[in-house]
Ligand binder design. Structure first.
Ligand code: NAD
Ligand code: UDP
Ligand code: UDP
Length: 343
């Protein structure tokens, strides 16, 4: 009967990861904007496995169907090609609003579009949340602290952002997105959650997105120079993606409605980070220095006491273990892209 209706045998026998059964009362309809991207697709996996209905809205600027293809066709899953700069009318219980370019080369590529996505896109999602009485979680960023003058960064620090520099389209875009969340909360009683996400890495990071983790691993795997921007004394604190996803889900389902840092306080200089990657990958790469990036934050490390207290959350994955998984991912991506070139 199915074959007669035009379905291919492959589709009939497609096997999905096994999802938990949730009764009607506990099952939610959840929208994830930017759900075909790196973080969003891991969030899709966790919410699908937990038995919810998940709708992804993505314009595929940096996201890929491949990141969520294992769910395509599943009765609980829907993928919509949609740009959040345009209004969206659907019925949902929760919105994880992640749509935004995230890596510096991507958000600087078209700064006006970055501003529109964060400003107009967030207004639209808040308008949707207001209409359907959904709770909205904004994926904000440690970049709201700019080049911080306090260390580590706590949520009550107001930040140090250059409003007209090359990073401003993203930093100020996310800052106004936070402002809009609080305006909708105050004026319209929209339930909001704000996650200030610190540098995150893991499988499904885009090969060419230009972030330090993907750049260094790919350079080391191909025996190319490992490029440090500036002298390498700037610091970052890296969190593995599964820790972030656990933090986002517990924040969404908590009663806490002010911004919360979600990150791993394990801080490294970029030079030290390059040495770690080189020693884990092996190979013959040299570590070289290039021109420093304008307005590059000199140090960054989250104070996560609030997340511990309010969410009982803290990161679990050790950085080296996470990097090894990410190296394996990029190794197979390189094989795949060579294979595609040959065919
Ligand atoms: P990503 O680039 O992999 O994912 C972003 C997704 O948003 C992509 O799928 C992209 O196609 C989509 N998108 C972009 N503009 C859109 C638009 N106008 N309409 C619809 N979809 C659009 O990046 P990521 O690392 O997964 O980041 C996800 C979110 O987390 C972003 O909001 C980012 O600002 C935030 N964040 C990430 C990090 C990190 O280290 N990864 C750190 C801080 C904050
Ligand atoms: N919006 C949307 N989906 C909805 C409801 C609203 O995309 O289900 C958009 C709407 O197009 C508007 C924005 O969200 O541009 C803000 O909505 P709000 O109701 O706050 O403002 P208004 O429509 O009154 O300007
Ligand atoms: N960086 C680097 N070499 C690269 C890519 C990035 O030295 O090939 C540096 C960058 O200047 C910054 C840090 O690594 O100081 C983190 O950069 P990333 O783009 O990953 O994220 P950011 O935290 O700046 O948003």
């Amino acid at each position: 009967h199915l074959l007669e209706s035009g379905l291919k045998p492959d589709n009939v026998h497609k096997r999905y990861p096994e999802v938990k059964f949730l009764n009607y009362k506990d099952r939610k309809r959840i929208l994830i904007t930017g759900g075909a991207g790196f973080v969003g697709s891991h969030l899709v996996d966790q919410l699908m496995l937990a038995g919810h209905e998940v709708i992804v809205a993505d314009n595929f600027f940096t996201g890929r169907r491949r990141n969520v293809e294992h769910w395509i066709g599943h009765e609980n899953f829907e993928l919509i090609h949609h740009d959040v700069v345009n209004p969206l009318f659907i019925e949902v219980d929760q919105i994880y609003h992640l749509a935004s370019p995230a890596s510096p080369p991507n958000y600087m590529y078209n700064p006006i579009k970055t501003i529109k996505t964060n400003a107009v896109g967030t207004i639209n999602m808040l308008g949707l949340a207001k209409r359907v009485k959904a709770r909205l979680l904004l994926a904000s960023t440690s970049e709201v602290y700019g080049d911080p003058e306090v260390h580590p960064q706590r949520e009550d620090y107001w930040g140090h952002v250059n409003p007209i520099g090359p990073r401003a389209c993203y930093d100020e875009g996310k800052r106004v997105a936070e402002t809009m969340c609080f305006a909708y909360k105050k004026q319209e009683n929209v339930e909001i959650r704000v996650a200030r996400i610190f540098n995150t890495f893991g499988p499904r990071m885009h090969m060419n997105d230009g972030r330090v983790v993907s750049n260094f691993i790919l350079q080391a795997l191909q025996n190319n120079d490992i490029t440090i921007y500036g002298n390498g004394t700037q610091t970052r604190s890296f969190q593995y993606v599964s820790d972030l996803v656990a933090g986002l889900i517990s924040l969404m389902n908590s009663n806490y409605s002010f911004p919360v840092n979600i990150g791993n306080p394990d801080e490294h200089t970029i030079l030290n980070f390059a040495q770690i990657i080189k020693s884990l990958v092996g190979g013959t790469s040299e570590i070289v220095h290039k021109k420093a990036m304008t307005d590059d934050p000199r140090k960054r490390k989250p104070d996560i006491s609030l997340a511990r207290k309010e969410l009982n959350w803290m990161p679990k994955v050790d950085m080296i273990a996470g990097i090894n998984k990410t190296i394996d991912f990029f190794r197979s991506e390189l094989v795949r892209s060579k294979h595609q070139e040959r065919n």
